[in-house]
Structures are given as C-alpha cells and as structure tokens.
Design a protein around this ligand. Structure first.
Ligand SMILES: Nc1ncnc2c1ncn2[C@@H]1O[C@H](COP(=O)(O)OP(=O)(O)O)[C@@H](O)[C@H]1O
Ligand SMILES: [Mg+2]
Length: 251
C-alpha cells in the first residue's frame, strides 16, 4: 500500500506548520522523514495517521484520500495503519499481554481468547520479547517498552507502519536493535514504513528513501545517496551537522 502526500498545508496557532508538503512512500519500502526539531516531522506523520486534519491537500493511503473523511469513514483506513508514536505510551495499569490484546481487539472485537493469545505471543516473538506477557510496562526498560509499543501496533496486521522518533532516548545499542526491527518488519510483512527521525545514523542504516522536511516543506526526496549528493544548502547543513541550533537528542 503506497502512501502519497500532496500539497498538504496544516495550520495551527495561526501559522502554517506544513506548507504544501508533498511526498511519496512507496509500497513495501522504508521512507525516512528527516529534519531538525520543530520543522513539522511529527505533524506530517499525525496527518498521515489521520490524527489531525490538514487545512488543504490530499493524503492517499492506498487509493483512499483520507483528508475529506469523517471519523467514522476513517475507521476502516485506521485498520491498515500501525502507529508507533512517542506519545502513544503503553497503558501503565495493563500488563504487556493486555496492551497488545487491546490493539488486536480494537481491530476485531470478535476475536476469541485463544486467537488473542496467539496474536500476542506471535507479535512478542517478532519483537524479541517472548514470555513477557505478564510483566507490567514499569518493569521494562525503555527499549523494551518501545518494542511492546511496536508489538501493539503490529497486532492489527497493518499494511502501513508509522514511527515517530523510534530510537529517541535510547542508548546506541538499543537504537540499533530498534533499527534492525524496523527493517525486519518490512521484510517479514512487506509493510510500507514511514520513519520520522533526526538520527542520521538510523536513517542511513534503514531507509530505502529519504524526504527532508524544512520549515514545513519537503525540500528534497529520493534515495539516500541522492540526498547525500544534494546541493541544497539546508540538506547539506543537516547531513553535515552544521545546522544552526542544536539537534538535540530525544526531541
Ligand atoms: N497544535 C499546535 N499548535 C501550535 N503549534 C504547533 C502545533 N503543533 C505543532 N506546532 C508547532 O509546529 C512546529 C512543528 O512541530 P512538529 O511537527 O512537532 O516538529 P518536529 O516533530 O519536526 O520536531 C513546531 O514549531 C511546533 O511548536
Ligand atoms: Mg517530533
């Protein structure tokens, strides 16, 4: 399932946060959206996930433009989308099992207990956390919590996975594990992945395609090597780390 963003403008607080942003995330590939803090990365991902609505433009998830859809019409589209977002934290009062089962049941309330058991066990195995069903999120490390979040997103068997800063706040070893999982999920499920990141190392390690966002516009898009060869000064500044202002980790 391809994702296509066309001329999307998003307005908040009286200003244009996204300004006619356009990008294509080809089916079955990993597209990274990179850029400095505050440039609109999370905003464009939330628009793609149908969590917020742009003022103008079109966002195709497969064949469907989701921009004009009502909440009810969005429901079947959401089933195709898995979101691993910074703020989509786990439910603290639920076990790992219940967190993942919640995702599965929301998608299909008819599931029997053995079916849910199978889904939970399978997704935990995929993210390398077999046997943690009965643990509470607070008992897990930050990296493990992120992996449970991914398992929960996978529980609906989505065709598109959206990740917002999946490695932020993690040590380099755990970040590497998450990067590998993102690639593994692509290969295992042929899922279309969009990964928002300002972590260049992760981007070069995982992305098939890269889109650079700057002040709410997509200013460059292509294969990693094309972006690296770009003569655009903002792209070069970002890649060479000579950006004005700090590119703070974890933001
Ligand atoms: N609902 C909102 N109201 C006002 N400003 C917003 C809102 N959402 C985002 N912004 C602003 O839009 C800009 C881009 O935000 P965001 O997409 O979160 O950036 P990034 O994820 O690239 O760091 C920031 O300056 C942010 O403060
Ligand atoms: Mg963000």
């Amino acid at each position: 399932m391809q994702v296509r963003v066309e001329d999307v403008t998003y307005i908040a607080g009286g200003r244009e946060i996204l300004r006619q942003a356009s990008l294509i995330a080809p089916e079955g590939q990993i597209t990274a959206i990179m850029g400095m803090s505050g440039m609109g990365k999370s905003t464009i991902l939330k628009c793609i996930g149908g969590l917020i609505k742009p003022a103008r433009g079109r966002i195709f998830i497969g064949e469907t433009d989701i921009v004009p859809l009502t909440e009810r019409q969005l429901h079947p589209v959401r089933a195709d989308l898995g979101m691993v977002f910074q703020y989509a934290a786990l439910f603290d009062s639920m076990t790992v099992y219940e967190n993942i089962a919640f995702g599965a049941r929301r998608q299909n309330p008819q599931l029997s207990r053995p079916e849910v058991d199978r889904i939970v066990a399978e997704k935990l195995e995929w993210v390398g956390l077999e046997g943690t069903q009965n643990r509470m999120p607070s008992e897990l490390s930050g990296g493990m919590q992120k992996r449970v979040g991914l398992a929960r997103a996978l529980a609906t068997e989505p065709q598109v996975l959206l990740y917002d800063e999946p490695t932020s706040g993690l040590d380099p070893i755990m970040a590497h594990i998450i990067d590998d999982l993102i690639v593994e999920m692509k290969e295992r499920l042929q899922v279309t992945s969009l990964v928002v990141s300002h972590n260049l190392e992760s981007i070069w390690r995982t992305a098939d395609r890269v889109a650079m966002i700057h002040e709410g516009r997509i200013i460059a898009e292509g294969a990693p090597a094309e972006l690296q060869a770009s003569s655009d000064p903002a792209v070069q500044q970002f890649i060479e780390g000579r950006a004005e202002g700090p590119i703070a980790p974890g933001r």
